[in-house]
Design a protein around this ligand. Structure first.
Ligand code: C6P
Length: 412
């Protein structure tokens, strides 16, 4: 790659212990960061220190150790709130993941607000996490379930919007900022403005965007936004939902039990204030602290440097794959694409491609990537997908391309 990267990958790579493991004498070329990212020492060390010196349950004990644990947990909430530019940290709810965050909205908001005559609108590119909960709640409530179609390049056809809105029934729009299968960057600000003109709310899936570009819920103009820690160098088992305060205030709770109550009597229970109303039971405490440390780590590198680094790698990968006339790349042009490249090798099943690449020490994902409606639209059952993050380097793209030559020699 001849373009200077805005990141010093050589220095950053020293933070990631996984690169010390050798696959066939070389570090693994991990090109599956859209699935989950590797973890830097800074995050692992922070979690270990928390467990060793600051650990207790949160919001319960009056002893100093419990206060310290609560401080660690709440300071992670403050970090997430700043990260997405939330007007208030009370609007940030810790969840298990993006999936759970969207289920929370679909159940707690959807069951209360949707009914026959209403429409739920999602996109044809949507990950199942922002698709299946809405399809399910629409069918439970009698609402219609419709989608914004895409064109052949995997970009949303916004000229379909007015037709979809003709009967004035749209109550909620679900859209991802970045497609996990194609890397398409969706024009969410524009869709949010349109949704509000329809009197609808908009729920944004930022799972694939938050790790790679700055997120500003106020500038996006959205009502809810979901993200996962494990996709941005943090631990699994923790994510967050940001929601507009007035919507969260009037929603019923999602999970019920300890911590989310104000008072419990034999006849009646009243609920806690935000955000605790939505955080029943003992939360993922050390994971929240790790989530905060991961955000500190990536914001320390700089989101715009990360975005630029991935853009250059994607440019390089697309150019190298373009040399192979037996490889077809799916998705939009580079200008509207994040660091994700999905492709097919003529005549070879994506699982076989991924298997042979693994023998070459290159890890990619093969499958439908939890976007089956998109696969149907593309006319394929599955694709092979390479995706990048801060530790990815051009040499790994070269190893991918060399591996694809091996695939062609063996099976093509
Ligand atoms: N995509 C991928 O390989 P969870 O699992 O809840 O943290 O994230 C779900 C999710 C939601 N939205 C988008 C856009 C996603 O990409 C994902 C997770 C992984 O593409 C696993 S399927």
């Amino acid at each position: 790659m001849n373009t200077a990267s805005p990141l010093d990958s050589a220095v950053l790579r020293a933070d990631f212990p996984y690169l010390e493991e050798l696959a066939g004498g070389r570090p693994l070329a991990y090109l599956d960061s859209a699935s989950s990212t590797q973890k830097p020492r800074q995050v692992l060390d922070r979690m270990r220190a928390f467990y060793e010196h600051e650990y207790a349950n949160v919001h319960r004990g009056v002893y100093r150790l419990a206060e310290r644990a609560t401080e660690g947990y709440e300071s992670a909430r403050h970090t997430v709130a700043t990260f997405v530019n939330a007007p208030s940290e009370r609007e940030v709810i810790f969840t298990r993941s993006t999936t759970e965050a969207i289920n929370l909205v679909a159940y707690a908001w959807g069951l209360q607000h949707l009914g026959p005559g209403d429409t739920v609108l999602i996109t044809e590119l949507e990950h199942h996490a922002n698709f299946v909960p809405w399809q399910f709640i629409a069918s439970r409530t009698g609402a219609a379930f419709r989608h914004i179609p895409i064109d052949d390049a995997g970009e949303l056809q916004l000229d379909a919007l007015d037709g979809l809105a003709r009967d004035n029934s749209i109550k909620v729009v679900g859209v991802g900022l970045v497609s996990n299968s194609l890397g398409t960057i969706n024009p969410v600000e524009q869709i949010a403005a349109w949704a509000h003109e329809q009197g609808a709310i908009i729920v944004v899936d930022a799972a694939q965007a938050a790790p790679h570009r700055s997120i500003d819920v106020q500038a996006l103009g959205c009502d809810f936004l979901a993200l996962s820690s494990h996709k941005l160098c943090g631990p699994t088992g923790i994510g967050a939902l940001w929601g507009r305060r007035e919507l969260l205030e009037e929603m019923a709770p999602f999970n019920l039990g300890g911590e989310m109550i104000r008072s419990v009597g034999l006849d009646k229970t009243t609920f806690n204030e935000l955000p605790y109303k939505f955080e029943a039971g003992t939360p993922a405490i050390a994971e929240a602290v790790g989530f905060g440390a991961a955000i500190d780590y990536i914001t320390g590198i700089g989101l715009s440097a990360i975005e630029e680094h991935e853009h250059e790698l994607t440019r390089y990968a697309m150019a190298r794959l373009d040399e192979l006339d037996w490889v077809r790349v799916f998705g939009p042009p580079l200008e509207r694409r994040a660091g994700i490249v999905s492709f097919e090798v003529a005549g070879v099943h994506p699982h076989d491609v991924a298997q042979i690449l693994d023998w070459e020490g290159v890890a990619v994902r093969a499958g439908h990537h939890c976007t089956q409606p998109l696969m149907t639209r593309l006319g394929v059952a599955a694709t092979t997908r390479a995706s990048f993050y801060v530790y990815s380097i051009a040499e790994e793209v070269d190893r991918l391309v060399a591996g694809l030559h091996k695939v062609k020699e063996s099976l093509g």
